[in-house]
Design a protein around this ligand. Structure first.
Ligand code: 87F
Length: 476
């Protein structure tokens, strides 16, 4: 890298160009020869590893076990529960040949694993004693999207976790689906510092194979709403065709109740889009693999002494997994730009004068605020600043989300809101037909409906009575 390129467009003027530049310049991904398939470079794969580890701990503590199922799904299996696959079939990629020989049955590259997992579950589940069965897998899936690909947010192959659980009763299944939604809310709000709207998907927008779908949704800086994760109550919609039955305590044969739930590398895109600024990405401290970077200020005469002290400092602060940038062929200013571009939460500058005064310069990535901190206070100061940054990023994003929601009492009001890059909150009847009409007139889809809220009076868009308090927005 001879010359370092900063971001050349403003986030609020040209969001999509800003997003692409930020992601490439922070060295997160590279494109590959297949459109929509990305290379995760260390700077982004490490973020995925952090998210994985956070969520994996959470579900394991709750009793979920990890498994790994095959990548390839025989056609007959994939189309067994035909209702759920119908709308998706154009996106399924197939293996049809080995060498020049055509396979007798083509094999789907998994777009999701319900079918292949439930085929096994039907063999493994016999009695109420085998339940609940709660498995999760970390893997990648392929869905051949036709819209233009966007790094992390819309890719043809993506990494995710898919949880597939089985219960003896509807109540247990319902309880789990809501608990998992809380886990997702926690993941987004506590790790990614991204606030979420929790709720239930509409009849039109739910997963076709589910009785109901729950989701967390948020808004991107361009005003587009985006789903962060989903948790489905599958009812007995798969247990019937896949014959997942168990003998209950009274020796009666019953179909099981199932859930599935997932979040993907799209979540990284949401986090990067929400927090980034004109200087590059901004990593919430909790997910940043390196919480701090130490930049020694090097002059010929004092170089050895400064490097000695900064190296020592890196050692004492090793719990923050510091980057010690002791490269001599780059200027301090160049390094500052690089670590700002890459979103490191805190920069510590240390020069000969600082050493004399027994302090360092501490710079926050989120506010750019600079202060002198006595060496003896440094550990405490870093720790509290990291907490402050995490909270500040969340608060800023929350303010943006709150300010992006408006109430609408007619289709034309909703249209005004979404054209103004906002989400509309409405009293709504929930019908598929009404939603189709709203989509046609405003371009907005329902995101989700708030739990424990009942719509007041008439539907904002038709003559029916309203049942839900629902968020509508133009979405990704
Ligand atoms: C694309 C092609 C084929 C989504 C697809 O949400 C099938 C599908 O079933 C498909 N796109 N879906 C729905 C996925 C449902 C569910 N699976 C487990 C999740 C979370 C994790």
């Amino acid at each position: 890298m001879a010359k370092q390129d900063g971001i050349t467009v403003k986030k609020d003027e040209n969001f999509s160009e800003w997003y692409t530049q930020v992601i490439l310049k922070a060295d997160l991904i590279d494109y590959s020869k297949v459109s929509g398939c990305l290379v995760f470079k260390p700077n982004s794969y490490s973020l995925w590893e952090e998210a994985q580890s956070y969520f994996d701990k959470k579900i394991k503590k709750d009793g979920v076990k990890n498994v790994y199922f095959p990548l390839l799904i025989p056609e007959k299996l994939l189309t067994k529960e035909s209702e759920h696959i119908e709308g998706f079939s154009p996106e399924v990629a197939w293996v049809t040949h080995t060498g020049d020989t055509k396979l007798s049955e083509r094999l789907a590259i998994r777009p999701t694993s319900e079918t292949i997992m439930y085929d096994s579950y039907s063999k493994w589940i016999r009695s109420w004693k085998d339940l609940p069965l709660r498995y999760n897998q970390w893997c990648s899936v392929v869905r051949w999207e036709f819209k233009n690909p966007v790094p992390f947010l819309r890719t043809r192959e993506f990494l995710w976790q898919e949880g597939h659980t089985v219960f003896a009763t509807q109540e247990e299944s319902k309880k789990e689906s809501h608990k998992i939604l809380e886990f997702y809310t926690d993941l987004f709000e506590k790790l990614y510092a991204v606030p979420m709207l929790k709720g239930m998907k509409s009849e039109k927008e739910k997963f076709a194979g589910a009785d109901y779908s729950l989701s967390v949704e948020t808004i991107l800086p361009n005003g587009k709403a985006i789903q962060g994760a989903t948790s489905h109550g599958l009812g007995q919609n798969f247990s019937k065709p896949f014959n997942i039955k168990f003998l209950d305590k009274n020796e009666k044969s019953q179909y099981a109740w199932q859930n599935s739930w997932g979040f993907s590398t799209r979540s990284l895109g949401i986090m990067l889009a929400v927090h980034g600024d004109e200087k590059g990405i901004v990593l919430p401290p909790k997910i940043a693999p390196n919480k701090i970077v130490i930049v020694p200020i090097l002059f010929t005469k004092t170089k050895d002494e400064v490097l000695k002290v900064s190296k020592e400092l890196a050692k004492t602060l090793k719990k923050y997994i510091p980057i010690h940038d002791d490269r001599e062929d780059y200027s301090a200013g160049w390094k500052f730009n690089e670590w700002e571009l890459k979103g490191i939460p805190i920069r510590i500058e240390l020069g000969p004068k600082d050493i004399e005064k027994k302090h360092v310069v501490l710079v926050r990535r989120d506010t750019n605020e600079k202060k002198f901190v006595k060496m003896s206070d440094l550990d405490k100061e870093i720790s509290s600043t990291l907490t402050d940054i995490q909270n500040n990023l969340f608060d800023k994003a929350k303010l943006f989300l709150d300010n992006s929601i408006g109430e609408a009492d007619s289709i034309s009001n909703l249209k005004k809101l979404v054209n103004d890059k906002k989400i509309g909150k409405v009293n709504w009847c929930g019908s598929v037909e009404c939603e189709g009409n709203i989509k046609e007139k405003t371009g907005a889809k329902s995101l989700n409906s708030e739990f424990n809220k009942v719509g007041k009076g008439k539907c904002f868009a038709c003559e029916s009575n309203s049942k839900f308090v629902t968020y509508f927005g133009k979405s990704y």
